[in-house]
Design a protein around this ligand. Structure first.
Ligand code: SF4
Length: 249
């Protein structure tokens, strides 16, 4: 008499487990298929070829004469257009011609000098902090490793990748700015929205020797054709292999 209730309680416990397993299997399938489609090696190669056709000489738009100036310009470019940064730095680098000049500048004066680029108080702190560290700990030279660059105030992976790639030709990662973020999503090269995760996704599917040029190409494409509002898909040579929901043709 006491065994009957035990059997029925086992049967009741096992049912939800089976139902849960089924749900997981059903959810997992479409995600795998979608990922394989977007980042299929043939498709990625086709995208790279099209970008090479359209932007064979894409490069950094920030005016600079040396790695230190590129670092400063990149810090200034946060939330600001490259055109505006170039207007400001045209006189800024004459007034502050060396890392020492920035390191020991008057914060109030530097704030006014870079004011048109926005966020000028934080940028002044970053520029003076980074310059001091470069002068006092790196003998006045911009370091050439990701780990060292990341110790500089105001420098995160995006800035470090710009400096390493453009100034030194070192591919330590992929620059992920707002354009790379948007265009790589529209091209279904990543499902992520966090820049750090996007960079990891792109590093896995783009050959390392293309990392530097690829980022410049996506930035150019994002500025010229695949713009944020109403992308100019009719002018886009990637249109046939793009299935973004934002497409305008
Ligand atoms: S087809 Fe349109 S959405 Fe797709 S990459 Fe080109 S411009 Fe961007």
């Amino acid at each position: 008499m006491a065994k009957k209730p035990k059997k029925s309680s086992r049967a009741k416990k096992s049912k939800p487990v089976k139902r849960q397993a089924k749900r997981v299997a059903t959810n997992a399938k479409p995600a795998k298929i979608a990922k394989a489609g977007g980042t299929d090696p043939k498709r990625v190669r086709a995208i790279l070829e099209k970008l090479d056709e359209a932007y064979p000489h894409a490069t950094c738009a920030l005016t600079h004469d040396n790695p230190f100036q590129l670092l400063i310009s990149t810090i200034l470019s946060a939330q600001c257009t490259d055109v505006r940064v170039n207007q400001v730095t045209a006189t800024l680098y004459k007034k502050y011609p060396s890392p020492e000049a920035f390191a020991y500048a008057s914060p109030n004066e530097l704030e006014q000098d870079i004011r048109p680029t926005g966020f000028f108080r934080n940028k002044t702190k970053s520029i003076i902090g980074a310059s001091k560290k470069i002068v006092e700990e790196f003998h006045g030279k911009v370091p050439q490793t990701m780990d060292e660059l990341l110790t500089l105030p105001g420098v995160a992976r995006k800035t470090a990748n710009v400096v390493l790639g453009t100034a030194f030709g070192i591919a330590s990662g992929v620059v992920v700015d707002t354009h790379v973020q948007r265009v790589s999503g529209r091209l279904d090269l990543t499902k992520n929205t966090d820049p750090k995760k996007i960079e990891q996704d792109l590093m896995q599917i783009i050959p390392r020797e293309k990392w530097i040029l690829f980022a410049h190409q996506l930035i150019w494409h994002g500025r010229r054709v695949c713009v944020a509002r109403k992308p100019r898909c009719i002018e886009c040579n990637l249109e046939k292999i793009c299935y973004s929901k934002d497409k305008t043709v």
